[in-house]
Design a protein around this ligand. Structure first.
Ligand code: ATP
Ligand code: PRP
Ligand code: MG
Length: 299
């Protein structure tokens, strides 16, 4: 029996979001012993239980208050929301954070030889999708009538199999579309993974644990997008060098032993440093340039 006083978090068991969801929680200091087949895992060092489920079930688990938090793609969350509303429910949840993984888009795609003259090309067409409500919301707004063909997977095969004229499915690199002789014609929804909380009041202990987790997750995300930069540079080029480094506020500038003309500069930059920037720094006289990953940040 689950202990209701412990914070429950639902994550995808296996799929596109599972590895990064698990890693994020671990980087927040939650020690979890997740074995492959374990559907429920208890954190060793915090009052947190992790439920591993199909991603489609996560919005419902949060909206029904079965779990306190969930990590889910916005596409699945929005579809679940529209589905429940269409059934007359008034689903509630709290959006806590957009995360830095699970980027994808829900797009319309047609067989390569089918011309595209804007959404009106879809008038009266049969469209295969796993996201019937998002599709309907989009086409209803444009006043386009269509027939929906619900497929829970392998949507890209539908036109070739004669099941549909077009598809509405998730795209990331576009490789799956290309492999199936389809071309992307319109993006209808852009999605990332997000962290949601169930609505309703939680115990003070749970809510303060959530608040702590939010700060840690923000720290992890910020650290992933930042680099610690160390370099030596001519003192008179200081300003130009700092201008090359985005987001570097108040760098530390230290004298170099036995060299009055050069200084050491240490700073956090909020962008990955590209090779081109490194080359430009070098052209300004910088040397010993080190770019280091940052594990955690707290401001
Ligand atoms: N190609 C992609 N690149 C990045 N993120 C994606 C991609 N495809 C899907 N996603 C995101 O990851 C989520 C999960 O995708 P996945 O393909 O693992 O789902 P699934 O097959 O429905 O899994 P489950 O077995 O849990 O139901 C999607 O809802 C979307 O938010
Ligand atoms: O644009 P791409 O980079 O090719 O990615 C798009 C594919 O990724 C997802 O499926 P996934 O590979 O997760 O398999 P699934 O159909 O089993 O969910 C999605 O449903 C597409 O089929
Ligand atoms: Mg799913």
């Amino acid at each position: 029996m689950l202990d209701r006083s412990r914070l429950r978090i639902a994550i995808q068991k296996s799929g596109r979001l599972s590895k990064e969801s698990q890693q994020l929680l671990e980087q927040c200091g939650i020690k979890i012993n997740l074995q492959q087949q374990r559907l429920l895992a208890f954190a060793e060092n915090m009052a947190i239980d992790i439920m591993r489920v199909r991603d489609d079930d996560i919005p419902g688990l949060v909206m029904d208050g079965i779990v306190d938090l969930g990590i889910i793609g916005e596409n699945v969350l929005e579809e679940a929301l529209l589905t429940r509303r269409s059934q007359g429910d008034n689903p509630c949840y709290i959006m806590l954070l957009r995360l830095d993984f699970g980027d994808c888009r829900l797009s319309m795609a047609l067989p390569i030889d089918e011309p595209w003259n804007g959404p009106k090309s879809l008038q009266g067409k049969r469209i295969a999708t796993s996201y019937p409500h998002l599709l309907k919301q989009y086409l209803d707004k444009l006043g386009i009538h269509f027939k929906s063909c619900l497929l829970n997977g392998s949507v890209e095969v539908a036109p070739r199999a004669g099941l549909a004229d077009a598809i509405c499915d998730l795209v990331s690199t576009g490789a799956t579309l290309e492999a199936n002789g389809l071309h992307e014609v319109e993006v209808i929804y852009r999605s990332k993974a997000c962290l949601i909380q169930r609505s309703g009041e939680l115990s003070n202990i749970k809510q303060s644990l959530i608040n702590k987790l939010i700060i840690r997750i923000q720290g992890v995300i910020q650290a992933r997008g930042s680099k610690y930069i160390m370099l030596h540079a001519p003192a008179e080029q200081l300003e130009e060098i700092i201008n090359l480094l985005p987001g570097a506020e108040s760098p530390t500038v230290l004298p170099l032993a036995g060299n009055q003309h050069r200084v050491a500069i240490y700073m956090v930059s909020n962008e990955t440093l590209f090779w081109e920037t490194m080359e430009n720094l070098k052209n300004l006289g910088a040397s010993s340039i080190l770019v280091l990953p940052i594990e955690k940040m707290m401001e």
